[in-house]
Design a protein around this ligand. Structure first.
Ligand code: GAL
Length: 332
């Protein structure tokens, strides 16, 4: 009798595991290990998404332990459903381009597409070990998932620049968000036509990093984290009818005691379906001692009427056609 019960329990467990495996491809599981088409962990930390010809390209810091410690790497993945990601390669493999010395830093890469010229421009935060260099670097490629070649580094608007964020408006205009410590705030700066420089659009006097922006309804929503390095903190948001403002006060994205579910903002991704438009909060759950093991927290935001809320992370799936999403509690 006992043997029979344990046999049927084992069968039930197997069936559950099989159901999970079948369900898994369509489900985003915040905080879990996220594997690419090779079965390897996605290395796209501090990342950004570029939409090109109906396909999503995810770029980010590649912290693979086997990487050459003298170099810095950006990996690229592509997907049509935001769940299954195909590794396209380490599109940037860079040796210290500005004599920054040991432990030099390349973080938060973002790629912009120039529809006019068919060229692709990568921005990233470039720094020395003490974060004093405070510049962006630019690398270019002829293909979105081709090899990117370093062009130059500079201080946007001649300001110190550390964390960067990326925003492309509904009209196609591209913006760089960058945190600037001496000015105690962050800039939203429009990229020039060739995407190789920026011009001032707006300065928000709030010392926040991990800046991300979305245009939803008639409002712009900006998100950022406080400056606590790799340690998470309650992320905050503000809204404005135009990028130039006026911006509201910053408010918490989630109850402060949940500490943004241990994550830090990197991007807000809008997906417009036939029935709904959703905005996905893309955050990093940093594991500073083993950065390669850092996780991703992606959740649809509750957004509208000048308010934005990050719900508790749970497995969820998205219908890319309709824009409808649902919680998938059975996965956990
Ligand atoms: C964070 C920043 C990360 C990284 C880290 C280093 O505040 O968002 O991108 O620079 O500090 O301490």
């Amino acid at each position: 009798m006992l043997a029979k019960i344990s046999q049927s329990m084992a069968l039930a467990a197997l069936a559950l595991a099989a159901a999970r495996m079948m369900a898994a491809p369509g489900v985003i599981q915040p905080g879990e290990a996220w594997l690419d088409n090779r079965g390897q962990r996605i290395q796209a930390h501090g990342g950004g998404i570029t939409v090109w010809k109906g396909t999503y390209y995810w770029f980010g810091e590649d912290r693979t332990p086997a990487n050459d410690p003298e170099k810095r790497y950006v990996a690229c993945y592509l997907s049509r459903d935001l769940v299954r990601w195909k590794f396209r390669g380490q599109v940037l493999v860079l040796s210290d381009p500005e004599h920054l010395g040991p432990q030099w830093v390349l973080e938060r890469p973002k790629v912009y597409a120039n529809a006019r010229t068919g060229k692709f421009v990568m921005y990233a935060h470039l720094d020395d070990a003490r974060y004093k260099f405070a510049r962006v670097m630019i690398a270019v490629s002829d293909r979105i998932d081709g090899i990117y070649n370093f062009v130059k580094s500079f201080r946007p608007l001649d300001e110190e620049s550390r964390d960067i964020g990326q925003f492309v408006d509904d009209d196609g205009a591209a913006y760089l968000i960058f945190e600037s410590r001496p000015t105690k705030g962050f800039f939203i700066a429009k990229l020039t036509d060739n995407l190789m420089n920026v011009e001032k659009t707006c300065f928000i006097p709030a010392p926040l990093e991990g800046g991300a922006l979305v245009h939803y309804g008639n409002l712009y929503y900006v998100v950022g984290s406080h400056m606590t390095g790799w340690r998470p903190n309650p992320n905050v948001y503000a809204t404005a009818p135009a990028l130039a403002g006026p911006w509201t006060e910053f408010r918490n994205l989630a109850p402060p005691e949940v500490n943004n579910y241990e994550s830090q903002s990197t991007m807000l991704l809008k997906v417009t379906g036939s029935r709904k438009t959703i905005v996905i909060f893309m955050g990093d759950i940093w594991h500073p001692k083993e950065l390669w093991d850092s996780r991703y927290l992606w959740m649809p935001l509750e957004i509208g009427d000048s308010s934005m809320h990050l719900p508790p992370p749970q497995p969820w799936s998205l219908n890319m056609n309709t824009g409808e999403w649902s919680i998938r509690p059975e996965i956990k």
